[in-house]
Design a binder for this molecule. Structure first.
Ligand code: AMP
Length: 302
């Protein structure tokens, strides 16, 4: 099944307790597509400014990412500045410069309009809605968002959620969106907004999936080296949607495997700053950690 993603392409300045980077490559669409490209071809729709290196676009092309939907416009690429304390689960946004995003209107190229699986990465919900208006009845729509949009565009976000099948969101955002502290109750409420499958990301504590009456929990891989959690959510989304679109069905076993592939991708991503670890990653390493996840969570019945 074909996979389309729309999201941000960014320069991130990030400080964690283990170091800092200035203006490193980032953005929801970049992490997502690099991660999903291990599992399927990805069509990317996003915007960059004149300052975005052409060599990085060529690199994405070499990783199964079709960039015909990537607009380059006059001005500067989106910039985000964030900081993490030892509580690595939560990014503190210090600055957001929308730059070329302020005037961006996503144009879905004709060949992408029949994409089977569509992922609306973390961007302005208005733009997410505009993408949905241009695609022809996708089989599955996934969405990710963040506190920035929940605060500023909650109503628009609720409009998009009506058309979403899978929502990936972190625990703080689930609470913020619903005003409900208990995650199981928050999950019920969010699924009333539209998404039939909800995946709540809980950083180093793993993820929870709510699907029908099922709840599936996957831990995060216990890592000794965590440098930078930026992009963990998007590389999770890339592994999840990349695998799902490759297999082409949504049965419970496939969904569970997709969540573990997502968790594998996120676990590699946080081992280094920016997308450095995803650059050097191989599919063999992905398979190896997938098996370690199985061993990590396996136990025998009495
Ligand atoms: P996450 O996977 O949740 O850690 O997302 C990290 C990425 O989100 C970073 O690379 C940022 O560039 C990007 N980002 C941060 N704020 C925004 C925003 N308001 N809109 C779109 N993308 C953002």
């Amino acid at each position: 099944m074909s996979l389309l993603v729309v999201g941000s392409m960014a320069f991130d300045s990030v400080k964690t307790p283990f170091g800092a980077v200035e203006e490193a490559l980032g953005g929801s669409a970049l992490y997502f597509s690099l991660s999903a490209g291990f599992f399927n071809d990805v069509s990317l729709v996003a915007v960059v400014g004149e300052d975005f290196p052409e060599s990085e676009i060529t690199f994405l092309n070499s990783r199964n990412v079709d960039t015909r939907g990537l607009q380059r416009t006059a001005g500067k690429t989106f910039r985000w500045k964030g900081e993490y304390t030892y509580e690595l689960n939560e990014a503190h946004t210090l600055a957001t410069h929308l730059n070329v995003f302020e005037t961006f209107s996503p144009e879905i190229p004709e060949p992408y309009r029949n994409s089977d699986y569509v992922f609306l990465g973390n961007i302005d919900p208005e733009l997410q809605l505009r993408v949905l208006r241009q695609v022809n009845q996708p089989k599955l729509v996934g969405l990710d968002t963040m506190n920035f949009w929940i605060e500023r565009k909650r109503d628009r976000l609720l409009d998009v959620l009506k058309h979403v099948d899978i929502l990936t969101i972190n625990d703080g955002e689930a609470r913020q969106l619903t005003g409900e502290v208990n995650l199981v109750k928050a999950a019920r409420e969010i699924r009333d907004y539209g998404p039939r499958i909800l995946i709540i990301k809980r950083g180093e504590y793993g993820v929870l999936m709510f699907n029908g009456s099922d709840i599936f929990a996957a831990p995060a891989y216990p890592l000794e080296t965590v440098f930078d959690p930026t992009g963990a959510g998007d590389s999770f989304g890339g592994g999840l949607m990349g695998y799902l679109s490759n297999v082409g069905n949504l049965d419970d076993e496939t969904l569970r495997r997709a969540i573990v592939f997502g968790s594998v991708m996120a676990s590699y991503n946080v081992e280094d700053f920016s997308m450095n670890r995803l650059r050097s990653l191989t599919y063999r390493e992905i398979e190896k950690r997938f098996k370690l996840f199985k061993a990590l969570t396996h136990f025998e019945d009495l």
